[in-house]
Design a binder for this molecule. Structure first.
Ligand SMILES: [Zn+2]
Length: 386
């Protein structure tokens, strides 16, 4: 089912508490000028999320259960590690605070920054854990990314996200690892960016296949794509895979976590969220704001404002300029083009082309929406999805 596009122009407005604004077409404001993300945080997230003695106890119970079920196995859980802050800190919490024996699992989709690779090595050594790295076939990765660029959708990180999560779920299932730990958390992600800002809600095989069938040039023989209904229904409900988010049970303050990892392991902090991937850094700092007018940092910073880790003024100041300087971004434009076997002129032509959305392609968005509403009603998803 194709959802109607909203074309009515709205007068510009920005929330009086966070920095979300009408670049999210569906944002609403209450009488005090406070947006629905802020109100959802107060009414739904905050009341269910406490990093205190009670959550410490809950984490201990969870750890006991995972340890008990893992007796006799090589690993009691698996953690997808990107080298970024959230997954790195989740690995640290799992080993040092929960006493687990996780397998660290990294997916190399070809865009790792040197800093991400260095961080992964430091964590593996420092925590004394095993690392398994799955390398995605670069020719297939490249073909899918080129297809997505040509499709003109805002969701240019779907190929990487699909590879990361699908490879992790597949590996866990194949090796019968029940517990999948992730760095997902409320503290830095409670304000989820709206869907139109390139945040398609899940891995939709129908969508990916349709875009690839229209623009791709080679068959995806090994590229992992596990559809959302597979991992939400078959893996999690039928086969019993459990997704655990340990960072919601511990005090998780971005600056403190960065300092702790640096002090303990020599881990190096990034300029900004998602900068562990060279493609994502370019996409979020250049492609999205300039081609689509969407700043993902608006949501990232709003999360930090809501959790008292940043002031609104600091956020507005940071947002007033890109994270990286112009010269660097120009170099990255050339790097991305070259790596994807496009000339700079060809990438520029795509950049100048007409924007589209995922709803312009075959998709299962409607069904995913029904599923998400069910989860929300059951209290299994508290963030605002739209
Ligand atoms: Zn707000």
């Amino acid at each position: 089912m194709i959802m109607p596009k909203i074309t009515t122009e709205r007068k510009y407005r920005i929330c009086s508490t966070c920095i979300m604004d009408t670049s999210d077409q569906k944002i609403t404001f209450d009488d005090c000028g406070v947006c629905d993300y802020c109100n959802n945080f107060e009414s739904t997230i905050k009341v269910n999320w406490h990093a205190n003695e009670k959550s410490e106890q809950e984490l201990k119970l969870l750890a006991d259960k995972i340890i008990k079920e893992g007796v006799g196995k090589n690993f009691d859980c698996i953690i997808g590690l990107s080298g970024g802050l959230d997954s790195s800190y989740a690995a640290y919490v799992a080993k040092e605070k929960m006493g687990l024996r996780p397998l660290l699992f990294h997916v190399d989709a070809g865009w790792n920054t040197d800093q991400a690779v260095g961080n992964i090595e430091k964590l593996v050594d420092g925590l004394g854990l095993d690392l398994y790295t799955e390398v995605i076939n670069w020719q297939e990765m490249k073909d899918l990314q080129r297809s997505f660029l040509q499709s003109q959708v805002a969701d240019q990180d779907l190929p990487q996200d699909t590879a990361f999560f699908s490879a992790l779920y597949k590996f866990a299932r194949k090796n019968k690892i029940k517990y999948v730990l992730t760095g997902a958390n409320y503290s830095t992600e409670c304000c989820r960016e709206p869907e139109e800002w390139g945040a398609y809600p899940g891995i939709d095989k129908t969508l990916i296949k349709d875009i690839h069938s229209k623009f791709g040039q080679r068959e995806l023989k090994t590229f992992p794509i596990v559809d959302i209904f597979f991992y939400k229904v078959l893996y999690q409900k039928v086969l019993g895979m459990e997704i655990v988010k340990p960072l919601n049970f511990v005090p998780y303050i971005k600056l403190d976590a960065e300092a702790e990892l640096e002090r303990r392991f020599g881990w190096q902090k990034f300029q900004h969220k998602h900068h562990e991937s060279r493609f994502t850094r370019f996409y979020e700092d250049y492609w999205m704001p300039r081609k689509f007018g969407y700043h993902k940092r608006r949501a990232h910073f709003s999360s930090l404002i809501l959790t008292d880790q940043m002031t609104r003024d600091q956020a507005l100041d940071r947002l007033s300029r890109p994270e990286m300087d112009e010269h660097f971004l120009k170099q990255e434009f050339e790097y991305v083009a070259n790596k994807l076997d496009l000339t700079v002129a060809e990438l520029q032509q795509i950049f100048d082309g007409e924007n589209k959305t995922c709803l312009d392609y075959k998709n299962k968005r409607w069904a995913i929406g029904v599923g998400a509403n069910v989860l929300r009603k059951l209290g299994m998803e508290r963030r605002l999805f739209r």
